[in-house]
Structures are given as C-alpha cells and as structure tokens.
Design a protein around this ligand. Structure first.
Ligand SMILES: O=C(O)CCC(=O)C(=O)O
Length: 302
C-alpha cells in the first residue's frame, strides 16, 4: 500500500491485480480536492484500472466528476438504433449510458429485447469506442445494482501482454494497422435487425495501430479488441486469425483481473492500455444496473 502526498488527506493506493489495477481510497468523486484528479490520472497511467469503492453519487454528479478529465462522449451518436432507444430511457442525457438488463419499471427485460444485445456485445473482449472517429480514453462505470452471482467485469493488461510476446511476433506486428467497426462484434453475435439501421453504425471503418504507444507513459500497448475486424493490407482470413491469436495470448489468466462488484463501486479504466468484458450472469432472472460515462480521447484533454 502506498500513499500519494499533496492532498489534504492521503490517498491510499492498493494494487489488486498481479501486474495492474489499483484500489484508491480517500477520494470522494462528488468533491474533488486539489491534486485528486492528478492522483487518479497518475494511478490510471501506472495501473490501467482504478477501483473507487463507496461512491454515492447520482448520474448527474457522475457527469460532473467525469468532465474533470475531458469532454464526454455522447454514446448513442452514430448508432441509429441506440439513439432510438435512448429517447425512451430513464437516463436521457446523451453523456450517460445505462448498462442494464432492467426495464424502466425495474423488471428484467424480455428475452430478445433489442436493448439487451448491446449488453451481450459487452461480453466480448473490447475497449470502448475504437469504432468511432474519436475513441474513448477513460470509462467510468458505477454499480447501482449487482446480481448475487456472476456479472463481474474482467480487465486484461495490454502493456504486460505486449511485453510478453515473443520477439518474432513483436517484429511481425510492427507497423500493422487494425480496421475497427462495431459491425464486427454485432455480426459475431448475430445481432441483426431490419429496422432503424439494425445494429450498424453510421461511422466509416476506423484504422488504428495494432501496437500503439501510450502517450503518457511511452509504453507499447496491444490494441486487439473484438471491434477490430481485420488487418489492413492482409487477406481477411490471415489478418483475422492473427487477431484471434493475439487476443487469446493477451487475455490469458496471468494478464486478467476480475472485479466482483459491490453497489457503490466506481471503476475507471484507461481504454488505451486495457481490454475488458462483462462476465456471464443469469440475466433472465437477476437484475444488474450500472451507469457509465466516457471521456473522449481528444489531444487537448491530455
Ligand atoms: O457491464 C460490464 O461489466 C462492462 C461494461 C462494458 O463493457 C462497457 O461499458 O463497455
């Protein structure tokens, strides 16, 4: 356990995973003190994922907290079917997403309810919004209601995963560019609908390096989320099988931390250095409700 100096009460940092993930105690997200934001960013640079338990803030306060770190993404933008749902949701503000299998009346959504398909996409290893022109830098997920079994979130360390690759594979990856689209994950799930554009986006494919450099730390990171459909310049099957191989290597247990949620936990992750996915739970029987905000990865917010 270490204490970060420079704020009124010391912030306690406790590493939770083998190579990454820290719990931060001593910060109230509703009332940041001078130095708190910098401490969160420093912890994200070092640990990739930060767990802040006992944060009793409402969705609007979550927006205020998240806005300290840069402009927020409007999640339904560019996804016509999601935009259509958004208009019927409890949390109408486009800066908020409700990650839930519960209806407005707090009943479990019917099997086949189209809104649930987005939750199933979250069960594939991914990093947020690489299919958008501006990807997400940080995600803030706060739990309101969690099932008694399952429904954890897993994170994988893309710094450690890259470092562990054999030298010959690192050499092969140099300069390769991945092609990202939401459609890749939705096709994998068979999530198609005839109306409202189905689960397609209005964004063109986004091209991003397979091996990137984290701007704050200078460390190399692997970028192989499920939204990465193929590799530019390689035949589709060759690129796709390379991506499957990399994703499998990068998500071996030694690189993975599983977060078991308690209501009130806020978990923040750096999408540039991690992958994540939601773990199975009995979603036809048990409710789970989380509120999510995202900081956009725009240069001026660095
Ligand atoms: O529901 C979860 O545990 C993960 C949510 C997620 O994958 C996301 O918000 O991108």
């Amino acid at each position: 356990m270490t204490a970060i100096a420079g704020t009124a009460a010391p912030i306690k940092t406790t590493q939770l995973g083998t190579t990454f993930v820290a719990r931060l105690d001593g910060i109230d997200a509703r009332q940041l003190r001078p130095g708190d934001k910098e401490a969160v960013v420093a912890a994200l640079d070092r640990y990739g994922v930060v767990v802040m338990p006992g944060q009793s803030l409402d969705p609007i306060e979550q927006i205020y907290f998240s806005e300290n770190f840069g402009p927020l993404e409007r999640s339904s933008e560019g996804i016509p079917s999601l935009d259509q749902f958004k208009r019927t949701e409890r949390l109408e503000d486009p800066r908020l997403s409700e990650i839930t299998n519960l209806t407005e009346e707090k009943h479990v959504m019917a099997t086949g309810d189209a809104r649930r398909l987005y939750q199933y996409a979250n069960r594939l290893w991914h990093t947020d919004s690489t299919f958008r022109p501006i990807r997400a830098r940080y995600t803030y997920l706060r739990a309101n209601q969690v099932p008694s079994e399952g429904g954890e979130t897993e994170f994988a360390d893309m710094v450690a995963a890259y470092e562990a690759l054999p030298a010959s594979l690192k050499h092969r990856l140099a300069g390769l560019q991945g092609v990202h689209t939401l459609n890749s994950a939705m096709d994998m799930l068979g999530a198609t609908r005839a109306d409202s554009g189905g689960f397609r986006t209005s964004y063109p494919d986004q091209v991003r390096p397979i091996v990137d450099v984290h701007p704050n730390t200078g460390r190399r990171v692997l970028c192989v989320p499920s939204h990465c459909s193929h590799i530019e310049g390689l035949p589709i099957p060759e690129g796709r099988s390379l991506l499957f191989h990399l994703r499998e290597l990068a998500t071996q247990r030694e690189f993975v931390y599983r977060h078991a949620w308690t209501a009130g936990d806020m978990v923040i992750w750096d999408n540039r250095s991690t992958l994540h996915r939601a773990v199975y739970w009995e979603d036809n029987n048990a409710g789970r409700q989380m509120v999510r905000t995202l900081t956009q990865d725009v240069p001026e917010a660095r």
